[in-house]
Ligand binder design. Structure first.
Ligand SMILES: Nc1ncnc2c1ncn2[C@@H]1O[C@H](COP(=O)(O)OP(=O)(O)OP(=O)(O)O)[C@@H](O)[C@H]1O
Length: 216
């Protein structure tokens, strides 16, 4: 069993005194896909942001071994942490291929080959030259998955990356994430989708920060 790449230890967060993430501890290991589940509002997105260093926890620690190089703002650099935001967030003025190529530039000389492979693997080959506004929501989401993987990061953080996919395309997204793990990335996927959970090597379940009380 490889050593963990990232150790999350007792991390928790509140906003305005109200807990949004209960204390959670787990490790992410190179080669493994870990699926993060939990009720809506249990803090999955918040935890992904904390894991990548884009948000600070109120307590607990996230430690990388060896330390992952930081970008100028203190988060893990995009070269090392590939992120699929729930909001997708492609650059509107660039084509689908250019969005991937832009990220791939961070990943060295294999970038162009990696982009071509990802476009094919994510069923985006015919859409490569379209702008994000000219493709569907699911296609934009798959492009965001491709962008996250294009630099060959050692850590992949994906927030609901199959929420706009049919079952066949869910399989393509899961295969792409699995391929990233197979080449040594530690992959963390937040998802409500049972198909994603079935694909997990490990599952981390968050407790509800705000339990829903039965009105009756
Ligand atoms: N900037 C913020 N200020 C205040 N509250 C916030 C902020 N960001 C998130 N929250 C709250 O924190 C809680 C956790 O949000 P988060 O998006 O992490 O949950 P989630 O598990 O990803 O939810 P979902 O499954 O619905 O996407 C929610 O109750 C949300 O309203």
């Amino acid at each position: 069993m490889p050593e963990p790449l990232l150790t999350v230890s007792g991390v928790h967060k509140s906003y305005a005194g109200s807990p949004v993430l209960r204390p959670v501890s787990f490790v992410l290991t190179p080669g493994a896909v870990t699926v993060l589940t939990g009720p809506s509002g249990s803090g999955k997105s918040t935890l992904l942001m904390i894991a990548g260093g884009w948000e600070a926890p109120d307590g607990g620690e996230v430690t990388a071994h060896p330390p992952l190089p930081g970008g100028p703002l203190g988060a893990i650099s995009w070269r090392h942490a590939g992120f699929v935001p729930q909001s997708v967030g492609l650059l509107d003025e660039l084509t689908i291929a250019e969005n991937l190529a832009f990220a791939a530039r961070l990943g060295g000389p294999d970038g162009r080959r990696r982009v071509t492979g990802l476009l094919g693997a994510l069923d985006l080959g015919d859409l490569a030259d379209r702008l994000p506004a000219e493709v569907s929501g699911g296609e934009r989401q798959r492009a965001a998955v491709g962008r996250a993987l294009a630099a060959g990061p050692s850590l992949v953080l994906a927030d609901e990356p199959t929420s706009h996919q049919d079952s066949a395309r869910t399989g393509l997204v899961l295969d792409a994430l699995r391929a990233a793990a197979d080449r040594g990335a530690a992959v963390l996927v937040a998802s409500h989708d049972p198909a994603v959970a079935r694909h997990a090597d490990r599952t981390v379940t968050l407790d509800s920060a705000h339990p829903v009380h039965d009105a009756g």
